[in-house]
Ligand binder design. Structure first.
Ligand code: MLT
Length: 312
């Protein structure tokens, strides 16, 4: 019968390579996290976990692709905070972040940095804010499209300093970073997994971190709150998903491999060098992930409404 067949294939899963869909461009922050855990999960599962970058529409194209894939564990999604903001930013989605997926565990929470091109004329965060306010018609902020973390962060920034500037969408902050390095855009609010090396080498300027506490990688960089701007805090949490209806034993195997990855010293060390760390062990279960997703959807709905942002 079909039931026995499903149970049997869940038992032997995985018997072929698994595709991990990443919603943003290769070389960017989500890709970095995805490739690191995919590598470790491949070892645990005994099958290759192949990363596929399905880009566009701030991550919602990738989420739609996985929501509508076979629920057999061979197509999974690594997504971030955008999974919780999309319902408040898009009028029409072909999926529901909460009901179209099985949650397979939280991965990491990545701090964000407020950065600018190398020759941006401001020495600290408050002079940056002053400069932006005085030149708002000329300022361009690069982001990864509506629904991305850099979009959310840029939106919070504009709201917090009560100023609007132009935003330019890319297929990920990997490509956006190229234009920031080249000086084609002025500012960006992006994850430390993408900005750390460029800040350290002095190729871009960093002004603040968006976390309640300073970061070990940048002890001299103030938090947004310390720098005098309130209501401008965000961390980019990541989670793994499979299509709704994926058998529980398969989810357990994916989750088990994720848990191993988050204890892999190579992953921990690479994360640390990029200003982040695995989530605490008590947050890695599918249940905690689901509850957290639910609370994040509610939280950002309120914040986005209060910021006066209308869904597209
Ligand atoms: C990326 O991987 O490009 C980022 O996560 C984009 C973003 O959400 O800002």
């Amino acid at each position: 019968t079909l039931v026995t067949a499903t149970a049997a294939s869940a038992q032997t899963y995985p018997t072929k390579p698994i595709t991990m869909v990443i919603p943003f461009a290769a070389g960017g922050p989500t890709d970095v996290v995805g490739r690191l855990i995919a590598q470790s999960m491949s070892k645990t599962l005994g099958q290759q976990v192949i990363v596929e970058n399905t880009v566009g529409a701030g991550g919602t194209i990738a989420a739609a692709r996985v929501a509508h894939a076979q629920p057999d564990g061979y197509t999974i999604l690594l997504h971030h905070i955008g999974q919780s903001t999309a319902p408040s930013l898009y009028r029409k989605l072909s999926f529901d972040p909460l009901t179209s997926f099985e949650t397979a565990g939280l991965v990491t929470e990545v701090p964000m940095t407020v950065v600018a091109r190398g020759n941006f004329p401001a020495k600290d965060f408050s002079s940056m804010v002053q400069y932006i306010k005085a030149n708002k018609d000329k300022i361009n902020l690069a982001n990864a499209g509506t629904g991305s973390a850099s979009h959310l962060c840029g939106m919070l920034f504009q709201h917090a300093i009560n100023t609007q500037f132009t935003t330019i969408p890319y297929k990920g902050t990997g490509p956006a970073m190229n234009d920031l390095l080249g000086g084609q855009v002025d500012i960006m609010c992006d994850q430390t997994t993408n900005t750390t090396s460029y800040i350290k080498s002095g190729k871009i300027k960093a002004y603040a971190v968006t976390t309640p506490k300073r970061l070990a990688v940048f002890p001299d960089l103030p938090t947004t709150r310390e720098a005098g701007v309130q209501n401008f805090e965000v961390s980019v949490w990541h989670g793994l998903y499979a299509p709704k209806g994926t058998p529980r034993p398969v989810i357990d195997k994916i989750n088990g491999a994720l848990k191993v990855a988050l204890k892999d010293q190579l992953v921990i060390d690479r994360f640390a060098g990029l200003g982040t760390e695995p989530v605490a062990e008590n947050r890695t279960s599918p249940e905690v992930h689901k509850q957290f997703l639910q609370s994040e959807i509610a939280k950002w709905k309120t914040v986005i409404q209060q910021a006066g942002v209308q869904p597209e």
